[in-house]
Design a protein around this ligand. Structure first.
Ligand code: AMP
Length: 491
């Protein structure tokens, strides 16, 4: 079967709507520590930016699991009492964000089951593009699913595997799924960490007081005082049991990897190192390239906090225009707030951002953010700067136009909702009310990306080159084939 071209891919995604869970997640695991659940709690605390809707920890005392999962932020969900109840020297944890439809406690992770080989819990980051097809197949054979999460498919496959050892059963299950997974799995006595052969999502290994730790990002290792050992390799499965680490490479190493470039652009915390390189430095470099690609005469460069900060600094340094924080962000904003009956103009955006009045008056401002999704943030912020007296507002975006959704674990909306999928840059400039608008070019992004991500990355949300198709049973097509399809002249 030929690889899926871009538009067909989107149609398929619509057809398989249930397969798109938009799960943005962070995972953490620790093996062999007296305070395992407390350390997992801290690890999740550092990974909170990867998911704010639900969280959970499962601990093992070597025989059985205890779990606590709830909707809400890590700091609100966990307290001394429920952490003390999570007994044992091994634990895994998960933070999750999903769009409203699947925002249910039954989708909170880690997911726990009892198998004939003992208790098993998994916490998964990434989206499995063939989860829906496998689920339908299993349901047809009588399986009952407790959640709508794609991760549960892995547990069902594991439970049905004919292999002996639980790690072999997990590998068997993982060899049937397609897409992105960086996951941690807890059995009664082992912690297993696995990363898909294409390495879409990050996963790092560390050590703490003789214990092994795995985390989505190195900022979690920093918080608990763990030493970074190395990243889990794409296609690698690590089994930690009785203080010993065994590494397995059951999946064929792929020539090209597809690390998600959006992790570096926006999603990961700037103090994390991804693939051995600091995220903050990467974003600054994008800002520098952006300044070279889209120069403008201005009095100040200011970011949309916090997402545009590093790129704005890079832009400012390269352009020689002073960096100023002209907009202040309230960091304590929740998703919903009670608005007074008499509505206040621009209330929504003012809850989150406010301009420093007199400071902006008469100035030509370069406003930098990492990306435009629907365009709503910038419409409001550009208006806010103008209300504060800005003479000119020049918007600069440190990534290319987001023209397609992500199918591998970043929450971007459908193509129809993405402003850049249906509008030209000039039209977007008009909609957001900016004097000029400049996006980083795809080539510019690729040049910066290639310096750090040597074995290849996925930029499907910008380029439309999706490396893994959703056709059931189809083998992984090569990215170059997508490019070839893209370059075909229009008929
Ligand atoms: P919008 O207002 O819809 O254009 O969203 C743009 C803002 O959302 C930017 O400030 C981005 O930093 C931020 N953003 C981009 N991608 C995501 C994402 N997947 N989840 C949450 N925020 C995002």
């Amino acid at each position: 079967m030929p690889p899926t071209p871009r538009d067909d891919f989107d149609a398929l995604a619509r057809e398989h709507r249930a397969d798109r869970f938009h799960d943005e997640c962070g995972v953490f695991g620790i093996h062999g520590h007296d305070e395992a659940s407390h350390i997992a709690y801290l690890g999740l605390y550092a990974l909170q930016h990867r998911g704010q809707e639900s969280c959970g920890i499962v601990a093992s005392n070597g025989r059985e699991h205890t779990a606590h999962r709830s909707m809400g932020l890590v700091a609100d969900v966990f307290h001394e009492k429920n952490l003390n109840r999570l007994e044992g020297r091994h634990a895994i944890g998960h933070v999750r964000y999903s769009t409203a439809g699947a925002s249910l406690i039954r989708n909170a992770q880690p997911i726990c089951v009892n198998t004939d080989g003992g208790p098993v819990a998994i916490a998964h980051n990434g989206n499995l593009v063939n989860a829906g097809a496998i689920r339908r197949e299993l349901e047809g054979r009588g399986a009952i699913f407790a959640s709508t999460s794609d991760s549960e498919v892995v547990l069902h496959l594991l439970a049905r595997s004919r292999e002996e050892a639980l790690e072999d059963r997990l590998i068997d299950a993982l060899s049937r799924v397609k897409g992105a997974f960086s996951l941690v799995c807890l059995t009664d006595d082992a912690l297993i960490a696995a990363r898909d052969p294409h390495g879409f999502r990050p996963l790092s290994l560390g050590r703490l007081d003789g214990a092994y730790v795995v985390a989505s990002e190195t900022c979690a290792l920093d918080l608990i005082g763990a030493t970074f050992v190395r990243d889990v390799d794409p296609g690698e499965v690590i089994v930690i049991r009785r203080g010993r680490l065994r590494t397995l490479r059951p999946f064929a190493r792929q020539e090209t990897e597809y690390f998600c470039i959006f992790e570096k652009i926006y999603f990961a915390r700037p103090d994390s190192n991804l693939l051995g390189h600091n995220v903050y430095a990467f974003r600054k470099e994008l800002g520098r390239v952006l300044a070279r690609e889209h120069p403008v005469a201005a009095d100040m460069v200011t970011p949309v906090l916090d997402s545009g900060t590093a790129a704005a600094l890079g832009y400012s340094e390269e352009a020689g225009i002073p960096y100023e924080t002209a907009l202040i962000r309230n960091h304590y904003v929740r998703r919903t707030f009670i608005e007074p009956a008499q509505s206040i103009r621009h209330f929504g955006v003012k809850v989150k951002h406010n301009a420093i009045g007199g400071f902006i008056e008469g100035k030509r401002v370069v406003l930098v953010d990492d990306s435009i999704v629907r365009g709503t943030t910038l419409v409001k912020i550009v208006a806010m700067l103008r209300n504060a007296g800005a003479r000119e507002v020049h918007v600069r975006i440190s990534s290319p136009p987001t023209t397609g959704p992500c199918y591998y674990g970043i929450d971007t909306p459908t193509k129809e909702e993405l402003i850049a999928s249906g509008h030209t840059t000039e039209q977007i400039r008009e909609i957001i009310g900016a004097d000029t608008l400049g996006y980083l070019g795809l080539e510019g992004l690729r040049q910066v990306g290639e310096k750090e991500v040597k074995r290849g990355f996925c930029d499907g949300c910008f380029s439309g080159c999706y490396p893994i198709s959703m056709h059931a049973g189809e083998t992984v097509p090569q990215l170059s084939l997508f490019r070839a399809l893209e370059e075909e002249p229009e008929r």
